[in-house]
Design a protein around this ligand. Structure first.
Ligand code: PSU
Ligand code: MN
Length: 303
């Protein structure tokens, strides 16, 4: 029914049993401006290779599901405009229509499961938006974590969100939130937050064992590994909060809703921080890629 295309290096990794790490493409098309998006995508892939694993960047291109992109495909996606942002609700429709779309966290988890890749690195997951009690804007990423068995390494949820509500919903959905090496939940651009870590682990091997234990218990769903941005690249919360509040006011004044909200906020935060938010974002994605590669290696020896 659907055509899956593996990149050459993913194909070789599958044959050789080399650990794979899934990567999303919405961060490339909707999360960062060109050309930093292309540079970052390449740098993140390189981090994974340096750690002995192989990157599998997911995307739908011309109606085919790509698991791993060739360098020229990655570049074309980074330059493309008007690419769809695909989540659980619209991924199949895009494939059926022969369309092209970038995968969010939810859609990347679906592709990773299909390809047998248990670990995925990104920047920050979507979550419960501030004001969700009236807008009902809650990312499908949370529900995907509840049902698709992929361990997602992120710097927490994007701090534009309502982080306490996001953690509450993750708990309700039975998603383990594992903070890596610290006792507080990271806040994307900021390494820490006042929110206590629901779970803490300090070793990739332990995270891998927890992933396997969930499967052994017959539990559906994945794990969120919340890995703080390296402290030298962080923007402290006290500095971020007024910026976030201002961009949220702008979004509501302009009537930005639905899928456009997250890309709009990220772009305005980039403008208002003079690009520092992007520097932090790039550093945290690379950091997440390194940790994901270590978890993938631990999983491939443990299973
Ligand atoms: N992380 C980033 N930048 C991004 C995203 C994550 O550093 O652009 C994307 C992810 O693809 C995530 C999506 O799934 O934002 C969430 O969008 P929404 O809030 O509309 O569900
Ligand atoms: Mn949304």
């Amino acid at each position: 029914m659907i055509t899956t295309v593996f990149s050459q290096e993913v194909e070789e990794a599958r044959d050789a049993g080399t650990p794979l790490v899934a990567l999303e493409s919405t961060i490339i098309t909707h999360g960062m401006p060109w050309p930093q998006n292309a540079d970052t995508a390449r740098a993140v892939e390189a981090e994974i290779r340096d750690a002995g694993a192989v990157p599998a960047t997911m995307a739908v291109m011309a109606g085919r599901l790509h698991v791993g992109l060739e360098p020229e495909q990655l570049d074309a996606l980074a330059r493309a405009e008007g690419v769809a942002k695909l989540s659980r609700a619209d991924m199949a429709a895009c494939l059926a229509a022969g369309g092209t779309g970038a995968t969010t966290v939810a859609a990347t988890m679906i592709a990773a499961r299909l390809a047998g890749i248990p670990v995925f690195a990104t920047g920050g997951i979507g979550g419960v938006h501030r004001g969700a009690e009236t807008s009902f804007d809650i990312s499908a990423d949370l529900y995907e974590l509840a049902q698709t068995p992929v361990t997602v390494v992120a710097a927490g949820a994007k701090a534009i969100l309502d982080l306490p509500k996001t953690l509450e919903l993750l708990e309700t959905l039975g998603v383990p939130v594992i903070c890596y090496g610290q006792d507080s939940f990271p806040a994307f651009w900021s390494a820490t937050s006042p929110l206590p870590a629901p779970l803490r682990m300090d070793h990739p091997e332990e995270i891998a064992r927890a992933h396997l234990a969930r499967a052994a218990l017959g539990l559906p769903g994945g794990q969120l590994v919340a890995n703080p941005v390296p402290s030298k690249n962080e923007i402290p919360r006290a500095e971020m909060e007024p910026v976030i509040a201002r961009t949220l006011d702008e979004a509501s004044a302009l009537g930005v809703t639905g899928k456009a909200v997250t890309p709009f906020l990220l772009q305005r935060i980039f403008d208002l921080t003079g690009g520092r938010s992007l520097t932090a974002n790039i550093a945290l994605v690379k950091n997440n890629a390194r940790l994901a590669a270590r978890i993938a290696a631990a999983l491939s020896t443990a299973s």
